[in-house]
Ligand binder design. Structure first.
Ligand code: ATP
Ligand code: MG
Length: 220
């Protein structure tokens, strides 16, 4: 299953949430995950290299891939349906080669925040995505949300984005997100990311997991 994490809005939290999700799926849900870093800055690959020096084993692999390498990589990575491939997209979607990546996606996760500029780029991203891949499921994740956001603004944005897909619970603005690594999400952040991660799991990934314990799900 191919999952893109994208939004052309820079700094929306794509790379950070890619790692939070990869950590959650491998450690809490025992899924097989591969992360593909397509961000030009290669921020995840750099974190991965650093973390590998400090730890003995890695819970998932991180691969840097160019658009040229993608089709061949895709063939290998999608041999098993239950293997989850998380792709961190660049902030600038200006390369035609990305069309193939969009077409290959089963699910797109789109972090955004409730400001006007973020909203506009998020809608534009969704319109383009829908044109390229009408079948894809899109999920919007409110991220870096400050306590003072107006309820009316949130309700209006949620309603507009709701036309394209599910809007999850919000992830608040917390300084410790800078400490998320390819090996762990800081314990202080678990309570704030868990509701969103569980929501994603129950809706999109649970059906892939063989040994799913039905009692487990009843508690969410
Ligand atoms: N919920 C949050 N609270 C506070 N800081 C956050 C949160 N999410 C992400 N950040 C921080 O925001 C910055 C940008 O995040 P990140 O690099 O994940 O965004 P991005 O969408 O991948 O950016 P780019 O478009 O440059 O690739 C990072 O410093 C990260 O630590
Ligand atoms: Mg990034």
């Amino acid at each position: 299953m191919i999952i893109l994490i994208g939004n052309q809005k820079g700094g929306a939290g794509k790379s950070t949430l890619t790692l939070v999700l990869a950590n959650y799926l491998t450690m809490s849900r025992h899924c097989k995950v591969t992360v593909i870093d397509m961000d030009y800055q290669q921020s995840i690959v750099q974190k991965y290299q650093r973390a590998k020096l400090l730890e003995n084993s890695e819970p998932y692999e991180v691969i840097a891939a160019s658009l040229e390498q993608y089709p061949a990589l895709l063939k290998v990575l999608t041999e098993n349906l239950e293997d989850l491939v998380l792709i961190d997209l660049p902030g600038k979607l200006d390369d035609d080669g990305l069309i193939g990546v969009f077409r290959s996606a089963d699910l797109v996760l789109c972090p955004f925040s409730y400001d006007e500029f973020s909203f506009e780029s998020t809608v534009l991203f969704s319109v383009v995505l829908e044109k390229i891949n009408p079948e894809v499921q899109t999920v919007f994740i409110p991220n870096r949300i400050k306590a003072n956001v107006r309820y009316e603004t949130m309700a209006e944005v949620d309603q507009q984005l709701g036309r394209f897909g599910l809007v999850t619970e919000s992830i608040p603005d917390r300084i410790d997100f800078s400490r998320v690594s390819t090996f762990r999400t800081p314990a202080s952040l678990i309570p704030v990311v868990q509701p969103v991660m569980d929501q994603l799991f129950v809706n999109y990934f649970a059906f892939l997991v063989d040994d799913l314990n039905a009692n487990d799900l009843n508690t969410y």
